[in-house]
Structure formats: structure tokens, C-alpha cells
Design a protein around this ligand. Structure first.
Ligand code: KIV
Ligand code: NA
Length: 264
């Protein structure tokens, strides 16, 4: 199987085929997910929580991200490698360039940044300098202390309209992918239709072009608590590889996310 590129993900969107993504942080899991046919592996700064034991993502450094990106890239021969830029590593366009370079050189094919209108200049700068960007909108966990908790975003009409405009503006600025976290399904659908780049969702309903989940959630590793929008595929299948293929099958057939995983 050849390496997944942004072009192959875009083609899937255009053909109405769903793509699948999972987080991974090391070579062994990356290899398993890759072999089962996951399209995208995200080295998420969620590693601050699931690997480092913090209750937010703010303590993760660019060197942490580069290290885990190298580990994952070594294990993934066909999956597309998407890596998170951690908190405050892209405060200015110049810092964003220096730090994104570390992730690209560690093996990332695209970097993900959290934010809306203020990111336009940064996204322009990065893409002009050959760093592909995914813009993360909705519940952006690096802003947890601004939000006052991990809460669904875009529920009010004004906020929803603004998010649609932000997605359009960030695509114009050069973003080649959009990620939506914890937004109402109807809003995620509107954004997915409003932009031409692939939209990946988590807790964003069934109509985004792709679905991403945190590996610790689908494998029931996270200490008991599983978010409403996630699903434990390990108890159902009893096997890590089968859990991954079950997730892929359910996403492609439209069986995941189901009503109980969706915010309206
Ligand atoms: O860090 C992460 O795992 C993420 C996903 C939840 C989208 O950003
Ligand atoms: Na993240």
C-alpha cells in the first residue's frame, strides 16, 4: 500500500468515502494501526494526558512532540502522519515556523494548530514555507482554561456562524485540512460542506469526511472514563487488531458515530 497523502484524503472527500484516523504515540501501535489500514495517524498533544498523566495538554513541549512523531513515523509506512503543535509553540508566525520544522523533520506530513481567525497569518506563513497545516476548531483543548472546562462549542447561532466563517477563512489562508472537536452535528455538516478540504471530526457527528478517536479510548485504556463521543472497541472484539478494523468498518459504513455518540 502506498503512502497516504493529502491528495488521497482529498480524493476520498470528493468521492464521498470516509477516512479514518487514530492517535498513536509510539512505533508499535503505529505499526498495528498502519497495517490494519488506518488512513491517518495523529500524534496528538493528548499525550500530555494519556502518556504523561496531566489533566490538560498545556505541559507538552515541542521536543516531546518531535520525539513521539519520530517514534510513530518509524512504524507507519502508509498512514498519513499528522502531528500536533503544542501549547504556545505557534504564538507568532516565526515561532510556528521554527517549531513546525522540528515536527516535519521528525516525519510529520502535516501539523495541526488550534485556533480561529488569529491563525490566518500563521497558516499563510507556514504554507508558503512548505508546511501543510490542519486547523483545529471547536473544542480546542489548549484553551481549556479560557473555556472554563472541556465543553461543547458552537451551540449558539452566533458562535456557529462564526465557526463556519473561520473554517472558510482558514482554508483561504492555506489550511489543507480542518479538524472539528465537540461541536453539534449540524454545524459540523455545514462546515464540511462549506470547505473543499477534508474535514476530520471527533464528537462532531457523522457527516464529517473523516473520524478520529484517541487510541486509549477505543482500547479502553483510559482509566474507566470514556467520552460520550468515543467507543470502546476492545471489549467488543477482544483483540487490538480486530478493534481497529471494526472501527474502520463502522466508519466506512456510517455505523459510527451512532446517535449516542453525537451532540445535537
Ligand atoms: O490531541 C489529540 O489527540 C487531538 C484529537 C483529540 C483530535 O487533538
Ligand atoms: Na490535540
Amino acid at each position: 500500500k502506498k503512502k497516504t497523502s493529502i491528495t488521497s484524503l482529498l480524493k476520498k472527500k470528493q468521492n464521498g468515502e470516509k477516512f479514518t484516523a487514530l492517535t498513536a504515540y509510539d512505533t508499535s501501535f503505529a505499526q498495528i494501526f498502519d497495517e490494519q489500514g488506518i488512513d491517518v495517524i495523529l500524534i496528538g498533544d493528548s499525550l500530555g494526558m494519556v502518556l504523561q498523566g496531566n489533566n490538560d495538554t498545556l505541559k507538552v513541549t515541542i521536543d516531546d512532540m518531535a520525539y513521539h512523531t519520530r517514534c510513530v513515523a518509524a512504524g507507519a509506512s502508509s498512514a498519513f502522519i499528522l502531528a500536533d503543535m503544542p501549547f504556545m509553540s505557534y504564538a507568532t508566525p516565526e515561532q510556528a515556523c521554527l517549531n513546525a520544522a522540528k515536527l516535519m523533520q521528525a516525519g510529520a506530513q502535516m501539523v495541526k494548530l488550534e485556533g480561529a481567525a488569529w491563525l490566518k497569518e500563521t497558516i499563510e506563513t507556514l504554507t508558503q514555507r512548505s508546511v501543510p497545516v490542519c486547523a483545529h476548531l471547536g473544542l480546542t483543548p489548549q484553551s481549556v482554561h479560557v473555556f472554563g472546562g472541556y465543553k461543547i462549542q458552537g451551540r449558539e447561532n452566533n458562535a456557529a456562524q462564526q465557526m463556519i466563517q473561520d473554517a472558510i477563512d482558514l482554508e483561504k489562508a492555506g489550511a489543507q485540512m480542518i479538524l472539528l472537536e465537540c461541536v453539534p452535528a449540524s454545524l459540523a455538516k455545514a462546515i464540511t460542506e462549506a470547505v473543499s478540504v477534508p474535514v476530520c471530526g471527533i464528537g462532531a457527528g457523522a457527516d464529517t469526511d473523516g473520524q478520529v478517536l484517541v487510541m486509549h479510548d477505543i482500547l479502553g485504556i483510559s482509566s474507566g472514563y470514556i467520552p460520550k463521543f468515543s467507543k470502546n472497541y476492545l471489549t467488543e472484539t477482544g483483540d487490538i487488531r480486530k478493534a481497529v478494523t471494526q472501527f474502520i468498518t463502522e466508519v466506512s459504513e456510517g455505523a459510527f458515530p451512532a446517535t449516542e455518540h453525537i451532540f445535537e
